[in-house]
Design a protein around this ligand. Structure first.
Ligand code: PHE
Length: 330
């Protein structure tokens, strides 16, 4: 028995020293470790040994097989790592992976442009919450209860005293409540109106409000500021007009239109913003001395600006998140 064990060990060492690839390895596995392999044969013979010899050879045989097996495992590992090294190479001629870059939403781009125009005129940026009190959204702005002007803005009420703001004008109120004049700020933000959804109107949109209050502000300054703004956004030769209008919180009030001339179509005047001199009632509501201070305010829809600037004809496109639309503004 001893000689047989020695012989198998010797053969195994010899065979395993000439292994070059996984085929050689597989031959060894079959020859030594399979069900009819040499080690299995040895164990078979072991069964017929006399009883007193069994402990000694049992131990020896187990050790032999274990050490051969671990040598085999080592060989297997080294052959496998060799193989993976051989297949791992970089083909420098392959084209690179194309990663698609995202982009700012066209409304954000338009807002950034509007902001940068007003920042250049010394305006700071101020914001407020989308859920507002009736007081800030209406009352302080000179919309008394039951005033028909409340019907101009179809409101989503949360309860008797809170609502989704219908315009950014309550942010003016917040600014006036929280700090003392003079003010020169714009207030961008999302607003909500309960309107039937169509190409022209959506249940939410974005506005930029402006408020300037000081001791010597004039309507001429309001006009100069807004004309400068329109020229910056739409081009030096934009055709514009100021048309008298009404807002409860400004007196006098105006709307600004620009001439809109799509290629091959009939041109028309389109309203781009509302504005006016802050009504003294609003200043009084907010404990600002209306004998000393005077100011102007304006408000515009960002969607409207983007639609005019880029020739977009359906407001719903801004909210659909369709990449075919969004990708055009990269
Ligand atoms: N808040 C008005 C609106 O949403 C716009 C506006 C703002 C008009 C400031 C005048 C002054 O219709």
């Amino acid at each position: 028995m001893k000689e047989k064990i020695d012989q198998v060990r010797e053969d195994f060492l010899k065979d395993s020293s000439s292994v070059n690839n996984s085929d050689d390895l597989e031959k060894i596995r079959i020859k030594y470790f399979s069900r009819n392999g040499l080690y299995a044969n040895l164990f078979e013979e072991f069964k017929s040994l006399p009883k007193e010899e069994k402990p000694k050879f049992g131990k020896l045989l187990n050790e032999e097989k274990k050490s051969a097996q671990s040598k085999f495992d080592e060989l297997k590992k080294s052959i496998e790592s060799q193989a993976s090294k051989n297949t791992e190479y970089i083909d420098l001629t392959l084209p690179g992976k194309d990663r698609e870059l995202g982009t700012l939403h066209v409304l954000t781009q338009t807002l950034n442009e509007i902001k940068s125009i007003f920042k250049g005129l010394g305006f700071s940026v101020y914001t407020g919450p989308e859920i507002e009190s009736d007081e800030n959204n209406f009352e302080m702005l000179n919309f008394p209860d039951d005033h028909p002007a409340r019907d101009m803005q179809d409101t989503y009420f949360i309860n008797d005293s809170f609502l989704l703001r219908t315009h950014t004008s309550p942010v003016q109120v917040r600014l006036m409540k929280n700090s003392k004049p003079p003010y020169r700020a714009i207030m961008p933000g999302r607003v909500y109106r309960n309107e039937a959804i169509s190409a022209k109107s959506y249940c939410l949109f974005h506005q930029v409000e402006g408020l300037v209050i000081d001791t010597d502000v004039t309507f001429a300054e309001l006009k100069g500021t807004l004309v400068y703004f329109a020229k910056q956004l739409f081009g030096e030769d934009v055709k514009y007009r100021f048309r008298s209008s009404f807002f409860p919180f400004t007196e006098p009030s105006a709307e600004v239109d620009i001439w809109w001339q799509p290629k091959g179509k009939e041109g028309k005047w389109l309203e781009i913003l509302g504005c006016g001199m802050v009504d003294p009632n609003v200043l009084n509501n907010l404990n600002i001395d209306s004998e000393k201070y005077i100011g102007y305010a304006f408000g515009m829809g960002i969607e409207r600006m983007a639609m005019l600037k880029y020739g977009i004809d359906d407001i719903r496109l801004f909210f659909d998140n369709d990449n075919r639309f969004l990708n055009q503004f990269k």
